[in-house]
Design a protein around this ligand. Structure first.
Ligand code: HEM
Length: 140
């Protein structure tokens, strides 16, 4: 299921992002600060929010647009982060790779947004209510 895959990958990004923050602080080397920020925000926050959307609107998660987003985003985001890190360390030759990865991530997010417009017809308050009912049933 797309939601669970997204939240698991998001969790891995969170662990890597936090570990990176600790290392940056301990070594007082903040050169990779933008990588840390993008890893946490695009990796953890972005994917965790996508997981919530896919959980609230299963019909969005079932769409081809959402699957295309999932693969596009998860294949290009790691490339973007590594290329950004290399660029920050002075490897300017990596710039074309960085640019392609940026457009890959952006294009994937365009697919995600398109999936929201095409598939999410059930109102949010109704969905939240359904998730609440499911949770209370699971708890009892
Ligand atoms: C164990 C957890 C974390 C540690 C130890 C940590 C550590 C750091 C450090 C040392 C910096 C650089 C501060 C400076 O240059 O003065 C930083 C910047 C930043 N962190 Fe974290 N961080 C953690 C988690 C997170 C998380 C979870 C997020 C986002 C969801 C986040 C987002 C950012 C952002 C946006 C910046 C600013 C980047 C910039 O100014 O270029 N961090 N963090």
């Amino acid at each position: 299921m797309l939601a669970i895959r997204c939240i698991r990958i998001a969790g891995v990004y969170l662990l890597i992002g936090m570990a990176m923050g600790i290392v940056m602080g301990a070594t007082e080397n903040f050169a990779l600060r933008p990588v840390h920020a993008h890893l946490n925000l695009l990796g953890w926050v972005g994917l965790a929010l996508a997981a919530c959307v896919f959980r609230l609107w299963p019909e969005v998660a079932d769409s081809r647009l959402a699957r295309a987003f999932f693969w596009g985003y998860n294949l290009t985001l790691p490339v973007l982060l590594v290329a950004l890190g290399l660029f920050l360390y002075g490897h300017v030759g990596i710039l074309p790779v960085l640019a392609v990865a940026e457009f890959g991530v952006f294009g994937s997010v365009c697919l995600f947004v398109a999936s929201l417009f095409r598939c999410s017809r059930v109102p949010l308050d109704q969905r939240v209510g359904q998730v609440g009912v499911a949770l209370s049933r699971a708890a009892s």
